[in-house]
Design a protein around this ligand. Structure first.
Ligand code: ATR
Length: 274
């Protein structure tokens, strides 16, 4: 039996088991996907014993994403640039390999839900400068977006990201986020604002062009205030759950040998647990 797991601290909240167990059942694979609560000071030892524990690989969630990258012997370009890994597997040589599939998940989701999002696109706006923003910026730049306006409450964090990700990033003041939307074909919220228990994201969408796409990486609730305001204006709104579903695809394929599909049935299955 092939076994994988998600490693976190805490790990109880992780939705990854719901996704991977759904696919294991759907494709009739003799496999398992467990939750492993591992404290930060025990991570290196745990990763060193993955094989002994019977695992072919793992997902990594907070707070281990940076440490997992550091522990890996081989890492893909996304993980190195983003500075964090979310997917691990053991190579034939037993070495630990790391990838970051968050950028892939974000891009596949927006491509699937709003296929025209980058037609004739000049600029997009990204809100936030945390780990999620790094993944989104990597994906957007790889997709060839020419200009990215980046706004974060703490401007210094956005300035630091502009240094890492280069000249396509133009940092703007957090207070200017609404007025700068006129130039943007897409707006992407990567902050935690709008999440259950947090304040909503306060932004005036009036300046956005009529064909703009608004996407939120928050998926709890699925329909954030940002997304319902976008829909009310007739804009295309893309929720954050699809990113979570798509980022799981490469890991599942790597561990279990089948490339799984992201379907409306899977989405409904996960939504029922939110
Ligand atoms: P993640 O790794 O999930 O992206 P993070 O690094 O904690 O998480 O980043 C959270 C993001 O939400 C940051 O951009 C943060 O802004 P700061 O860099 O100024 O902290 C943003 N954020 C959280 N609460 C916010 C608030 N009340 N107003 C504006 N931005 C907020």
């Amino acid at each position: 039996m092939l076994r994988a797991c998600v490693i976190g601290w805490p790990v109880e909240h992780s939705r990854s088991p719901i996704i991977h167990r759904y696919w294991l059942a759907k494709y009739g694979i003799d496999g398992a996907y467990d939750k492993e609560a591992v404290a930060p000071d025990a991570l290196a030892e745990f990763l060193g014993s993955l094989k002994r524990c019977g695992y072919v690989g793992a997902n990594v969630t907070l707070p281990h994403k940076e440490a997992a990258l550091a522990a890996a012997r081989v890492a893909d370009e996304a993980a190195v640039t983003i500075g964090a890994a979310n997917t691990l597997w053991l190579g034939l040589d037993g070495d630990l390999h790391a990838a970051n599939t968050d950028a892939y998940g974000f891009m596949r989701n927006i491509d699937a839900e709003a296929p025209q999002w980058n037609e004739g696109l000049d600029a997009v706006m990204v809100l936030g400068a945390g780990g999620a923003a790094r993944a989104v910026l990597f994906g957007l730049i790889e997709a060839g977006v020419p200009r990215i306006l980046l706004a974060n409450r703490t401007r210094a964090r956005a300035d630091a990201l502009a240094k890492v990700f280069g000249p396509s990033i133009e940092v703007i003041d957090w207070e200017k986020r609404s007025e700068a939307l006129g130039a943007c074909g897409a707006l992407i919220n990567t902050t935690s604002l709008g999440m259950t228990g947090q304040a909503p994201l306060d932004i005036d969408l009036a300046a956005l062009p009529a064909d703009a796409v608004v996407t939120d990486i928050v998926y709890n609730p699925l329909e954030t205030k940002l997304l319902s305001e976008a829909r009310a204006r007739g804009l295309t709104a893309v929720d954050g759950l699809g990113m979570l579903l798509h980022q799981a695809v490469p890991g599942f394929e790597r561990w279990f040998g089948v490339r799984p599909e992201v379907t409306p049935e899977l989405k409904a299955h996960v939504v029922a647990t939110l």
